[in-house]
Design a protein around this ligand. Structure first.
Ligand SMILES: NC(=O)c1ccc[n+]([C@@H]2O[C@H](COP(=O)([O-])OP(=O)(O)OC[C@H]3O[C@@H](n4cnc5c(N)ncnc54)[C@H](O)[C@@H]3O)[C@@H](O)[C@H]2O)c1
Ligand SMILES: CC(C)[C@H](C(=O)O)[C@@H](O)C(=O)O
Ligand SMILES: [Mg+2]
Length: 341
């Protein structure tokens, strides 16, 4: 019986996590869920964003399902203060999850929900491979004497392994996104990605694009992209931008892979404090994260595909939450997906 560590988190996290659990239980009857507070919920209870006990349970689990962490209640500008996001950083780092896969597949039923023209997004099938345990998020930082600093560090080994993850995921083309006209880390990134390509993946086409131009091209010609590989913060920003090809930030799932233990699955979106507690959050990004958990976390391709197909069919029938221009509640969308399963 696979044991799933469930970290619903804050804001809409628990609302959408409940939907994903319902769907996972419907498609796979043999999962057990072991729930722990994380983020703001853990700060309120224990004063830390994730406890050592929760980390031990997570480490011993078969896969981790996370809702979202954070919110205005715990926002502070005090340097060194405990913040909900620290729970996320500890999970990613301690589990060694350096490869964050963010698939962007606009569904036909939602072409009209995107602010982009239909002819631009038709047949887009993109994967953003975001480096997740390096760069600015994990560099030395500080605030002192009226100045603050965050440092961006990448090692050759960190770039090699994320490059391999991207080339392995690609059928024909990888676009590496950097800022090599400015940053030393990006110049190293470009050099290492090129070497891994030339030595190990010569049959895949490799191109390099600067991040500012990539941000433009993502909305001007999204079909151009198959696999995008990029450093931690560029990947964070570009994936929220890319979510609008699908109609809403609430649509995108992610898989964080690469460690020796369990992998972690969470939607791209955050705790959405502006709509939390109303039962109107879009649960699809979270439900699709459950599908990625079945596929990458438990090796259950058939069950993963069944969830994805149920989501497609439910949306084809017209049900939508407010972020997609509809009026359905989280529970109604979840029920519609369950009916298609
Ligand atoms: N992985 C995570 O846990 C994660 C990710 C991103 C942000 N956050 C945190 O969440 C908090 C809020 O951040 P934010 O407002 O910048 O980003 P957000 O992703 O929470 O919300 C941005 C906008 O998108 C909407 N939205 C997001 N998900 C939605 C959904 N499922 N259905 C409908 N609408 C949805 C929100 O209502 C909001 O208008 C912050 O504390 C941030 O640090 C956490
Ligand atoms: C909450 C925040 C720290 C996080 C990140 O930047 O990694 C989120 O935006 C994400 O995309 O998972
Ligand atoms: Mg983000």
């Amino acid at each position: 019986m696979p044991n799933i560590a469930l970290l619903p988190g804050d804001g809409i996290g628990p609302e959408v996590a409940a939907s994903a659990v319902e769907v996972l239980n419907a498609v796979a009857g043999d999962l057990s869920f072991d729930e722990h507070p994380a983020g703001g919920a853990a700060i309120d209870l224990h004063g830390v964003a994730i406890t050592d006990e929760a980390m031990a349970a997570v480490t011993a689990s078969d896969a981790v399902l996370l809702g979202a962490l954070g919110g205005p209640k715990w926002d502070t500008n005090e340097p060194g203060a405990v913040r909900p996001e620290q729970g996320l950083f500890r999970l990613r780092a301690d589990l060694g999850l350096y490869a964050n896969l963010r698939p962007v597949r606009p569904l036909r039923a939602l072409y009209d929900a995107s602010p982009l023209k239909r002819e631009l997004i038709e047949n887009v099938d993109m994967l953003i491979v975001r480096e997740l345990t390096g760069g600015l998020y994990y560099g030395e930082r500080g605030t002192e004497n009226g100045r603050a600093f965050d440092t961006m560090v990448y090692t050759v080994e960190e770039i090699e392994r994320i490059a391999r993850a991207a080339f392995n995921a690609a059928k024909s083309r990888v676009t590496s996104v950097d800022k090599a006209n400015v940053l030393d880390t990006s110049r190293l990134w470009r050099k290492v990605v090129t070497r891994i390509h030339d030595e190990e993946f010569p049959n895949i086409e490799l191109e390099h694009i600067l991040v500012d131009a990539a941000a433009m091209k993502l909305v001007a010609a999204p079909r151009h992209f198959e696999v995008i590989v990029t450093e931690n913060m560029f990947g964070d920003i570009l994936s929220d931008e890319a979510s609008m090809l699908t109609g809403s930030l609430g649509m995108l799932p992610t898989a964080s892979l690469g460690g020796n233990g369990p992998s972690l699955f969470e939607p791209v979106h955050g705790s959405a404090p502006d709509i939390a507690g109303q039962g109107i959050a879009n649960p699809i990004g979270m439900i699709l994260s459950g599908a990625l958990l079945l596929r990458h976390g438990l090796g259950r391709e058939e069950q993963a595909a069944a969830v994805e197909s149920a989501v497609d069919k439910a949306l084809e029938k017209g049900i939508r939450t407010g972020d997609l221009g509809g009026t359905a509640t989280t529970a109604e969308v979840t029920k519609a997906v369950l009916e298609e399963l």
